[in-house]
Ligand binder design. Sequence first.
Ligand SMILES: NC(=O)c1ccc[n+]([C@@H]2O[C@H](COP(=O)([O-])OP(=O)(O)OC[C@H]3O[C@@H](n4cnc5c(N)ncnc54)[C@H](OP(=O)(O)O)[C@@H]3O)[C@@H](O)[C@H]2O)c1
Length: 340
Amino acid sequence: MKSVVYSHTGDPSVLHLVDRDVTEPGPGEVRVRVAVSGVNPTDWKSRLGSGDGGAPPFPQVTPNQDGAGVVDAVGEGVVDVAVGDRVWVYLAGHQRPTGTAQQYTNLPAARVVRLPAGTSFDIGASLGVPAITAHRALTVSEDGPKRLHPGALAGKVVLVAGGAGAVGHAAIQLARWAGATVIATISGPAKAALATAAGAHHVINYRNEDSAAAITKLTPDGVDLVVEVAIATNSRLNIDVVKPRASIAIYANDGGGELTLNVRQNMIKNLRYQFVLLYTVGEAALMAAVEDITLALADGALPVGENAGLPLHRFPLAKTADAHQAVQDGALGKVLIDVP
Ligand SMILES: NC(=O)c1ccc[n+]([C@@H]2O[C@H](COP(=O)([O-])OP(=O)(O)OC[C@H]3O[C@@H](n4cnc5c(N)ncnc54)[C@H](OP(=O)(O)O)[C@@H]3O)[C@@H](O)[C@H]2O)c1
């Protein structure tokens, strides 16, 4: 099979297309014939490593956690999926060397989820990292739901920072599906259009508007839950616009790696900060996300593409390095790799 691998961390030039043997799935494993591989920032960050060309965790690593395709073989004891099922996969390369940038990938059955009828591989390959992260962020508040379904967030106001990002897009879609009023911050008109297309009721340009005043005008009682990509820069805004006992779910350090919090301001509002990292979130949260995402998919609530607020950028498998570079350069939308 064709497989993209790297043996040293570094820039995208460490990625090479090679021929490898297809291997049999072990007990509890599933082999998926990958059709589309999804690229996320975590994939290039893992590939880059510390930037010193050091060794990756395995002698050869195939990148990319997310993907979609067809079950091709199942190992002993696998009952939830069968050969021929159309599936999406997540955390394919977590603590294993075999991600989705190859024609066949073996992974634990729990990481392989049937796609509802009519759901495209493009949607499937766009789900894993963004949608599970968004689900976690939307289900960690004290007064909010632990699971998502239509009506679960009715009456709640969700603020999504960076509504045109991949996670932001999934957060808008899931929050909207669950009945929330959704406010998204963005940095310009193109991103405003995308966040609106994803389903945001209101968009605020955080670069040239007084965001706190604009959000407070929209929701005088305050925001219930913030899905935060850049806490170091948005911390003050969040404190200003949230209501008492609000939660702020932090899934990235895009605004900087250090956070200073004013104790009194946070104490007065009884605020809760929940950090989110997919790799350590635990099986219960992953399973809850997968089940709720499957319901949302069946409702047609998670479309992708420009009209749905997530433009797709496609690359062939042989150009995986370019796909990684595109994500690293901040591509607007979703970068997908077509696997032949
Ligand atoms: N913790 C986890 O498990 C987890 C899971 C998924 C992703 N992540 C991380 O989350 C980050 C985003 O991932 P992604 O795939 O969504 O990337 P993305 O598609 O590039 O989106 C990032 C978005 O954040 C916006 N942004 C940056 N600074 C902002 C600010 N101060 N206020 C509001 N928006 C801001 C960017 O737009 P503008 O700069 O134009 O505003 C951009 O739209 C990455 O660092 C990724 O590694 C973490």
